[in-house]
Write a protein that binds this ligand. Structure first.
Ligand code: SF4
Length: 614
């Protein structure tokens, strides 16, 4: 289709900027000069996908290589999807506007389970068979990476290769192997067998799964000498790890429209509900010099006037004060604002507040997670009520009047007292504000409590626990509403239907591929968007496939049961997870990695926090 016609069609949709390409720093190459074309697909819309740091890193890293051209692809919003289907437009790369079915690789990033139906829709819009076994041609190869690969069994039937852990090196090793196999006339199967030998590469078709009569897994058996278990890959030296100096700058507003500077990977804390805290272990920090150099380069190449520091827990960066001093040197001079998300409430000092006051003056956000000390101990969120109140006092004295607190509902061992504890804590914060002699004059306080539904995830100590039912969630949400007495407290909560499906997929096995296919045929897509999510259609799909979703979400699992992800090695041992789960039942906390090593297994990489002096 010529450009003029394409542009005319774009005028009929809500946000043409999602599909036009041509943004600053996007990369266009001459296809005559390249060997490998890679479609980096984000299975959600442009605004969400363009905010994702992993895509920015790999897009730039691939395009630094002369022989690779990586293009971006996002899930078309339903208005543009209708235009595509009416006009026989196949899913295309934003840079070339050429169909991705002619590329060598189609790579998806799996950030959340509710994007799975979009993956199928994108494959269909590409004009490709959805099932890996039906794609007989060598190319395009469908690959996937991102956090959900730690149990991507529900989409195992659609994907040729999964990348476990951090992909900077394994991606390129697979691409190089592909070039070699192509040149030597090897088949797709030969290539996949060879690829499975690369560390961090999981080829699901090389593993057979058998089941017991009760529906649990009997055995996972590798074929063709495929490795067992398959170990994740990580970058051991972040100062030497590739980080882009340029980001593509969108024409339209996106979710996080700013420069992002990663400061470390992993988390020392070990909160027992948090998958990221376990699968990204061990903590590895970048040096202050590297962070400042990279941050400067990004601001210069993009013209952004805001930079955000990215990590799982920013205030745990060991040299935060020197870092802020050095960053403020150039951000204040260049009028760039600095934001620090992911601060912990227990190491929020007066000095840090003083620095943040230079940085921003919007509301403060803290993840408290549970309303009582007992439950915070169960989940290993090592913060006390005293610390929470003290931090709020510090913040109020510094001029803040709005506090947002994140909580979870449905945590293991939770009782109605813990739910009431959420409201009581919010009330204490309101009272603290009004009792302060030095509170900001003429202002009132606002405490927002945002409550999400806990979903047990693989590779966490809570992977054995049942998720609470939708009915229990509704009852607890209602009870919490009744417990809130002050108008200064607002309460937001999450949909229970989407959390339920997320829970099914998070710990699902590959029998769910049939359900996802069926749901796709019924039109399911954009499941993380309330306006499109349709649980009735999903329930029909489960029923037609003879699968009971509660088996995956709401069932307690024994320590002996073989989990669908047990052949994957994220270097936190099952023995460690069991020990942590037992400690949780006793409400006993585990010190963080910098206080004491808990022997999780992540020290096999020989780097990071495991080797710091304690
Ligand atoms: S081995 Fe010890 S220090 Fe290293 S990540 Fe695990 S618990 Fe933390």
């Amino acid at each position: 289709m010529d450009n003029k016609r394409f542009e005319q069609l774009l005028l009929s949709v809500q946000k043409p900027g999602r599909y036009s390409g041509g943004e600053i720093n996007s990369v266009v190459k001459d296809k005559k000069d390249i060997d490998v074309r890679f479609a980096f697909c984000f299975p959600d819309n442009y605004e969400v996908g363009m905010s994702h740091l992993g895509m920015k890193i790999l897009y730039s890293q691939f395009n630094e290589r002369k022989d690779i051209w990586c293009e971006r692809v996002f899930a078309p919003w339903p208005d543009f999807e209708a235009v595509m289907r009416q006009n026989n437009i196949l899913l295309f790369g934003l840079e070339s506007r050429e169909p991705i079915k002619d590329f060598d690789f189609i790579g998806f990033t799996l950030q959340y389970e509710l994007s799975y139906s979009n993956i199928l829709n994108m494959l269909e819009l590409s004009g490709l068979p959805l099932l890996a076994k039906d794609r007989k041609d060598f190319t395009p190869l469908v690959v996937a990476g991102g956090p959900c690969t730690c149990n991507a069994e529900p989409i195992a039937d659609f994907v040729d290769i999964f990348f476990l852990g951090e992909g900077e090196q394994s991606d390129l090793e697979v691409i190089d192997l592909y070039k070699k196999c192509k040149k030597n006339g090897k088949s797709k199967k030969d290539f996949l067998i060879e690829a499975s030998k690369i560390e961090g590469v999981y080829v699901p078709s090389l593993y057979d799964v058998s089941y017991n009569d009760d529906g649990t897994i009997e055995k996972i058996t590798p074929k063709e000498n495929a490795p067992m278990p398959i170990r994740k890959r990580i970058e051991t030296d972040l100062d030497k790890t590739y980080y882009p100096e340029k980001f593509v700058v969108p024409y339209i507003e996106i979710v996080h429209d700013r420069a992002v500077q990663e400061i470390f990977r992993g988390c020392i804390r070990g909160c027992r509900f948090c998958q990221a805290g376990f699968i990204y272990r061990p903590v590895r920090e970048k040096s202050v010099e590297t962070i400042c150099r990279q941050a400067k380069a990004i601001c210069e190449s993009t013209g952004y006037d805001e930079i955000s520091l990215s990590s799982l827990s920013t205030s745990d960066y060991t040299k935060l004060e020197p870092l802020l001093n050095d960053l403020l040197d150039f951000t204040e001079k260049d009028k760039i604002s600095l934001s620090l998300p992911s601060l912990r409430i227990d190491n929020f000092s007066d000095e840090l507040l003083e620095k943040i006051n230079h940085v921003r003056k919007s509301g403060l956000t803290f993840a408290v997670e549970a309303g009582t000390q007992r439950l915070r101990n169960v989940i290993n969120k090592n913060i006390t009520e005293e610390e929470i109140i003290r931090t709020c006092k510090t913040a109020f004295a510094g001029g803040y009047t709005a506090v947002k607190l994140y909580f979870m509902m449905g945590l293991p061992t939770e009782t109605y007292d813990d739910i009431k504890g959420i409201a009581d804590l919010a009330q204490k914060i309101v009272d603290t504000f009004y009792e302060m002699p030095n509170k900001p004059k003429g202002k009132s306080v606002s405490v927002n409590i945002s409550v999400s539904n806990f979903v047990p995830k693989p590779f966490t100590p809570f992977e054995f626990h049942p998720q609470i039912t939708r009915e229990e969630i509704v009852a607890k949400q209602q009870y919490l509403k009744e417990c809130i007495r002050s108008r200064k407290i607002t309460f937001n909560y999450h949909e229970n239907k989407t959390s339920f499906l997320e829970g099914v997929f998070a710990r699902g096995d590959r029998r769910l591929s049939a359900v996802i296919l069926k749901a796709h045929e019924k039109g399911c897509k954009f499941d993380s968007w309330d306006e499109y999510f349709d649980l009735d259609k999903w329930n029909e799909a489960f029923a037609e496939c003879g699968i009971v979703p509660e088996f995956y979400a709401n069932r307690e699992r024994t320590y002996e049961e073989i989990n669908p992800w047990d052949h994957l090695d994220y270097c936190v041992s099952k023995g460690f997870l069991i020990k942590e789960n037992e400690q949780a039942k006793l409400a006993v906390t585990t010190p963080n990695c910098r206080q004491k090593c808990a022997s999780c297994g992540a020290n096999v990489f020989g780097k990071g926090v495991c080797f710091e002096k304690r």
